[in-house]
Design a binder for this molecule. Sequence first.
Ligand code: SF4
Ligand code: SF4
Length: 303
Amino acid sequence: MNIVSGGIIFDIKRFSVHDGPGIRTTIFFKGCPLSCWWCHNPESQSMNPELMLWPDRCIGCETCIKVCPNKAVSLIDNMIVTNRKKCVACGVCADNCPASAREIVGRRVSVEELLRDIEKDVTFYDESGGGVTISGGEPFLQWEFLENLLKECREREIHTAVDTTGYVDSDVILRVSDVIELFLYDLKLMDDSKHKYYTGVSNGLILKNLKLLDSAGKRIFARFPLIPGINDDEDNIRKTAEFVSGLSSVEEIDVLPYHKGGEQKAKRIGKRYLYNGEQPTDEVVERVVNLLQGYGLKVKIGG
Ligand code: SF4
Ligand code: SF4
C-alpha cells in the first residue's frame, strides 16, 4: 500500500455544504493549468508555496526585515515593502511575525496526514450523505497523489467527489475516475476563442473529457461560474444548455454566481487580477437559471 507519497495543498475546509452532497471535508490542491480572469482562488494557480501579506495587520515592528535571509523586506517611506523577486517563500518572516501579517500558502502533506483529518468527520458524512471533495486548483495536476488518497477513502467507504476544470489528459481522468463517485465538472465558456482568451486554454479537451465521462456512466454535476460580461450572454447559456442536455450522466447544473473574494487574495500574493466586473444581480441569475431550465435541466444556485 503506497499511501505515504506527498502532494501540495493550500487549504482544508471542514463542514462544507457547497462542494457536493451532504456535509463534506474539502481539500484544495495547489496548481492549475488555467488562469481564469475571475479566479476565486488565485493562490491555487501556482504549484509552489507563496507568501500572502495582510498589511492591515502589520504593527511595524520590523521583525520581518531582520529575519529574512534573502533581504527581501525593507522599509521604504515608513512602509514595510517585500520584494517578491527576492522572496523564495521560505516562511521565516511568517513564523516570526507577531501580528500574523504574513502567511505562507501551500504546504506539502502526505496521504496519511490528510486521512487523519478526513476521518475526524466520518460520523457527519454518514449522517448527512456527505464525504470528501477534492478541489483546487486542478486536482488532476497531482493525479497520482489524488488517486492514492481517494483509493484510501473508498476503502474506508467514504464518498469521494472531485471538482475539476476537465483540462486533464483523457487517459488519466478515466483511470482515476474508478475511485471518484461524483464529478463536479466546470463549464465556463462554449466559444473556444473566448475560452482561450479568458482562461488561457482551449475548451476542446474539456468538452471531450466530459463526453468520455458521460459515456462511461460517471455521476456528474456540471458547474457554471456565472461571470457578468464574460459568459452570461444568451448565446453562451443556450450552447451550454444544449451541450449538457445532450449528455445522460449529468444530473444537475450548478450556477455559481461570481463573487469578489479572489480579487483581494490576488493582491495579497502580489498577482494581477484581470476581471474588474461586479457580482451578478438577482435578475441576471434568474435570467440564466430560466434559460437553462428551459432545456429541461435541473438547475441549482450555488454548489
Ligand atoms: S514582522 Fe509582521 S508586524 Fe512586524 S513589520 Fe513585519 S509584517 Fe509588520
Ligand atoms: S518568505 Fe522568506 S524570503 Fe520571503 S520575505 Fe519572508 S523570510 Fe524573506
